[in-house]
Design a protein around this ligand. Structure first.
Ligand code: FE
Ligand code: FE
Ligand code: ZN
Length: 299
């Protein structure tokens, strides 16, 4: 079975989308996720259309569809709290326009942290912000609300919470959800029974609303609300469970994106290696590589 698999790749000012496609190909992937600038800040440079055209050409040559590409909004915009409402609205609107300019149809967003306001208030704020953004937005980009681990005051740690947001958004046809296996585990879902989770999603939101799937193992026990990603097969979710999710027949069309951590060089702690080529190789072979970390460090 053909799978849609890739990783987070970097979008830099010099090569923009073209660099992303080149990095993706170096991992043997056919999908990718980008932040349009650094994830921890909101500085963004202009999109260079000639680089985008070159990227499209390279994608076409390698049969990578734009449907397999997603953007992740920076995680410092917090939609669950009204403190920076105007900035959040204008930044998210601009992000949607950048996606549209790049031809990318999905952007992943974290619902945010309520910072003491409580879940209900936090959810209401997320919906208010999204309503304001969508009121004037002219793009046809989907916003994918990501399932969160429940760390701190994060909202969106259950499907019911995501559903409450969706229910309060007027143009809810513009919303999808993004699963994250590490976050689900850390929020308390049992990753040994993924079919049960899918049933739950189907009853509450609908399976057809799953727009993206972040594939991460977890360093934490189920329900610890911590959100620390582990390399593929080396965490508490485990290789077999992750493979089952990736190859699930009901999620065939959904891009699967690795956000597993870079592996630190033993000789130089300031240097680290991307794990994705090696993880994707294991995923394609459906066979766990006992020497995963060594192979990554020796690349
Ligand atoms: Fe995320
Ligand atoms: Fe994620
Ligand atoms: Zn995470």
């Amino acid at each position: 079975m053909d799978i849609i698999i890739g990783s987070h790749v970097s979008f830099n000012r010099e090569k923009q989308l073209l660099g992303c496609v080149q990095e993706t190909l170096s991992y043997g992937a056919n999908a990718f996720m980008i932040y349009t600038g650094a994830p921890q800040n909101t500085l963004r440079s202009n999109i260079d259309d000639s680089l985008t055209e070159s990227a499209y050409k390279l994608m076409k040559e390698n049969s990578i569809s734009l449907n397999n590409v997603v953007v992740h909004a920076p995680y410092i915009i917090n939609l669950a709290n009204m403190k920076n409402f105007d900035f959040n609205v204008s930044f998210l609107s601009e992000e949607l326009n950048r996606c549209q300019k790049l031809g990318i149809k999905k952007i992943i967003i974290h619902p945010g942290n309520h910072l003491g306001l409580g879940e209900e208030e936090g959810i209401k704020n997320v919906a208010l912000t999204l309503n304001k953004v969508l009121e004037t937005d002219k793009t046809d980009v989907y916003l994918c609300l990501e399932t969160m681990s429940g760390k701190g005051s994060e909202v969106g740690k259950t499907f019911s919470e995501l559903k409450s947001i969706i229910n309060q958004v007027n143009k809810s046809e513009r919303l999808l959800i993004c699963l994250d296996s590490c976050h689900l585990n850390d929020a308390g879902y049992d990753m040994n029974d993924f079919d049960l989770i899918l049933n739950d999603i189907d009853k509450i939101i609908g399976i057809s609303k799953i727009g993206c799937f972040h594939i991460n193992d977890s360093k934490n026990e189920r329900g610890e609300s911590k959100d620390r990603h582990a390399n593929f097969g080396l965490g508490t979710i485990g290789f077999d469970n992750l493979i089952k999710m990736i190859y699930h027949p009901k999620l065939r069309e959904v891009p699967k994106i690795l956000e597993t951590p870079y592996v630190v060089d033993l000789e130089d702690n300031n240097h680290s290696f991307p794990p994705y080529k090696y993880e994707i190789e294991m995923i394609k072979n459906k066979k766990f590589n006992q020497n995963l970390l060594e192979d990554i460090r020796n690349q």
